[in-house]
Design a protein around this ligand. Sequence first.
Ligand code: ZN
Ligand code: ZN
Length: 331
Amino acid sequence: MADEEDAYNNSHRAFLQAFLARSVLTFDEIKPILAAILSVHDRRPTLANDITAPDLSAYLATLNARLGAMDLEIRSARSQHDRTQLYALVNTASDAPTQLATTHSPDEIAFVKRVLDAMFETHNTRSKEVMAVTGMQAARLAKPPAGAGARGSLGGDGEDGAQTQGSAGHGLTIAQAERVMADMVAEGWFEKSRAGYFSLSPRALMELRGWLKDMYNEPAGEGEGEGEGEGLVRVRDCEACREIVTVGQRCSNRDCPCRLHNICTQHFFRSQPNNRRCPRCKAEWTGWDFVGEKAATGDGGAGRRTTAGPSRSATLTNGEVDSGEDEEDDE
Ligand SMILES: [Zn+2]
Ligand SMILES: [Zn+2]
């Protein structure tokens, strides 16, 4: 693209509208949209395949420079399941309760916060980093636990706790809770796997990454010392691509902070496919110490899984995206 596109113009406004209409766009979906807009704006034909990734990056930089004043940004992240590059217009100052406030009641928001706590605390432990809940587990959270008032879980740090505290006692019926879970999928916050696990969608991870770390990671000195020096870290980034890992692999050493997306392991271990070692602690990288629902559906322990290890490792090292990994991403 020529230099004149570096300035913010009507084409950027039109492009922004495409994002307002869609929750998430892939690069392949963006190309014809941007080509059509530029064809009209520049009064010369631009083909979808003329749009390159660097073109788009430069174009988004111009657009984001304007959006920043409104705490908005078009962010990009790769799908954790495949390589698909995804783009979404997100609120950079976003927190989950406020984002949900436009479409959900305080009781519903309090329920969603209990579900998020279940994903990132209850079902995200040292031994099993599931970061997902089943419909059954979510239904059990319909009512706040007895004595929940004292905990003030919504808002966590107390910021938003007060305003919802009064409603903490009501909770939802099971049917209401099920409907909210379905709404969260329809609204693009959760995705539901074939096996019935709910987890945060790519869009939610793009939008809430800062909030999730603020909410669920405890800096050193504040926690109970579980994480030896790094505080208590429940939300971790991939060692390769630096994006949050909620589905992927972890180091076989339970004390090691290293996590990788499944797709990222293939690039990361390309030079040592048959002797994969953790880049941080040098422990064996098994390929079957999972993060995500597989941490729950497998037994998650080192014992029984040893027998499953070799065949799984073989499928992971032959350069293919292991297709078994991707079953859940087309829901
Ligand atoms: Zn990664
Ligand atoms: Zn390690």
